[in-house]
Design a protein around this ligand. Sequence first.
Ligand code: S3P
Length: 433
Amino acid sequence: MDATFAPSGPLKGRLTPPADKSISHRAAMVGAMATEPVTVTNYLAAEDTLSTLRAMGTIGALPSREGSTVVIRGVGLRAPDAHGETIDVGNAGTLMRLLPGWLAGQEGRSFRFDGDASIRRRPVDRIAVPLRLMGANIEATDDRLPPFTVHGTQLQGITYELPVASAQVKSCVLLAGMMAHGDTTVIEPVPSRDHTERLLSRLGVPLWRTGDAITVGHVDELTVEDIRVPGDLSSAAFPIVAGVLVKGSRLLIEGVNVNWTRAGILNVLERMGAVVIGEREERVDGAVPGEEPIADLDVAHGPLRGTTVEAAEVPLVIDELPLVALLGCFAEGETVVRGAEELKHKESDRIATVVDGLRGLGAHIEATDDGFVVQGGTGIRGGTIHAHGDHRLAMLGAVAGLASREGVTVVGMEAAEVSYPGFGEHVARLQRA
Ligand code: S3P
């Protein structure tokens, strides 16, 4: 589906963004680990997280959904079984990388995973390596790609140093760690989103952080309390950036998760001189909090200056880096992103697709091995951009169009459904208000 986004007048009003995708995936999985029914409110009813509910059904849980309320009747920590059926993860990389951690600990049972064309290009060796060290047997296509099969076993705890900061890999090892004999420790090169740690900690799982190391102990049974999912800052970032870029805009974005391991985009916006007011969680070292902090963000249009995002900040803003490229087009001076090779392994190769896509709209942007460099101040002319089946690229094109001189047509706008159903209506509502 093609959609055209014309240069926009001021965006005004209040907006509640969709529920957090990362937390919805995790809520569905821990719900399936319980034996008592778990109610998840404000669950994200988007393609990716519906794939997770279906996957929980495939392994024996009974999820039922009415709107954004999901009740999961779980199978218990040690009884999931797909009975030979393939677990279809659709387009959901988080599901594909987290669930094998739990299932690798299911002695004597095997689980085959597959997904869409984009998923078949996304590596799983990063989770296979630590899971094999814990004792699991994993067979992958070319030893690194889906479809792949996890043969469960009694796992042993390990200490694993992540070669690249990745919340998905960290979470996979922590979930496997709950199933293992002894303690399991994951060491991160730099902090990445900590939703798994917060959720497990809230549920009473023995879990602690010492510097860069997170340790989880063996768990026999999981008691899961009801979960309320906060708004997704990664989705909210699209209207936020639209509000910053479109002249005369003023928006209130309500109920957003401002967990400091997710809120890197707010720091980047602040350095660029954008006006985004709202309380943010301060970085805390040591104990793992059990809750996710929520805030309302007040956004206004204003002038921007270029900034640099270095490797240590990348995991805190990984999904918003396409938007940083767009912001850079409108900022005075240069905007640089370094240490972000991980972008190549997202729903598309986001160094190539963002650079080629924005360049086609008139941006002065160059790809580097590990990011990109934008020469700013020229804004966006307009034109056509392809989503390449990548939800964040589709919405990037839409926001570029609103802030452009001539408008932008997005080819493949339906990709936005993966994380932000109703994105187009939200934009239209802000234009009318
Ligand atoms: C996610 C972690 C990030 C992010 C992805 C969701 C998660 O991936 O890009 O959209 O929910 O854990 P990596 O941690 O692998 O970089």
